[in-house]
Design a protein around this ligand. Structure first.
Ligand code: BT5
Length: 254
């Protein structure tokens, strides 16, 4: 048992030893009408996924590979806000468990010393004007050592254990994470995104810096100005024109 202190997050938990992807199991459970707050958690993912069909490396017993099912009564354009809220919850949970200070790289990366410790994947089922369900996948590298990563990930990935030189209790981190998320999500449903946006900005690494945003339609270079109330990134190009970026990979200029 996880010893949860939450009201609804994690009241229904599906624990699996080995899965292809917790997102996939979550999709099936959504279809079977699983309630809001249902959690799927696995010790290992054989084909964990990132955005745009990329792979998420999810070795056994070392990380937190988890999906949450939410059913907010919101229009589809609000979905990206939930990615940002999740990132804040992860940062707060890591801060409570360790003395580390993680930073958020818009939209879905959490970094420690410039390396990725967490990725978030938000998948949406919606009709034209209403979200039916959202599945938020969270991958947190907890107890991996550098040599546990495949070579191509070693320069870009890290884990909590690498950064703070100790092994952490994954169940405790899940407990704290679900509690933090529930508090932020409840605040969001009651008060809207604005208070969450301020919190998010306090942890964000990219704002005010020159960045390159690679989108499906091309690259854009400019200064990251902030996010809109919908969680859209604003980039000012060298001509002073401000662009709205809905989804991209961000490269920070040194
Ligand atoms: C993400 O995608 O960062 C979203 C990752 C979401 C993973 C969770 S785990 C539970 C749930 N079930 C799933 O199947 N997925 C979710 P993206 O921004 O596209 O980043 C993917 C890139 O991160 C890869 O192309 C690699 O470069 C890098 N990467 C892969 N595995 C990593 C790891 N364990 N740690 C750090 N970086 C990694």
């Amino acid at each position: 048992s996880l010893g949860l202190m939450t009201e609804f997050m994690g009241r229904h938990i599906h624990y699996e030893e080995s899965v292809e992807s917790t997102q996939k199991i979550a999709q099936r459970l959504v279809y079977e009408e699983a309630p809001e707050g249902t959690i799927i958690i696995a010790e290992e993912q054989l084909s964990g996924r990132g955005r745009m069909d990329r792979k998420w490396y999810s070795p056994k017993y070392t990380g937190i590979w988890l999906s949450m099912i939410l059913r907010p009564n919101l229009p589809p354009p609000k979905a990206p806000q939930l990615t940002l809220i999740t990132a804040v919850a992860v940062v707060q949970a890591i801060e409570e468990m360790t003395n580390l200070t993680p930073q958020i790289k818009w939209p879905n990366d959490i970094l420690l010393n410039g390396k990725k410790v967490t990725g978030i994947l938000t998948e949406l089922q919606a009709d034209a004007d209403r979200i039916k369900s959202i599945i938020i996948g969270i991958g947190i590298n907890v107890n991996q050592q550098v040599e546990d990563y495949p070579e191509e990930l070693q320069p870009i990935a890290t884990s909590l254990s690498i950064e703070c030189n100790q092994q952490l209790k994954r169940a405790e981190l899940v407990q704290i994470l679900l509690l933090k998320f529930e508090k932020l999500y409840t605040l969001y449903l009651e008060k809207g995104f604005y208070p969450l946006k301020l919190l998010w900005e306090s942890y964000a690494i990219s704002i005010g810096r020159n960045i390159t945003a690679r989108t499906v339609t091309g690259s854009l270079y400019g200064k990251a100005m902030g996010i809109t109330d919908d969680g859209v990134l604003l980039i000012e190009d060298s001509a002073g024109k401000v662009h709205q970026v809905y989804s991209a990979d961000i490269e920070l200029e040194n």
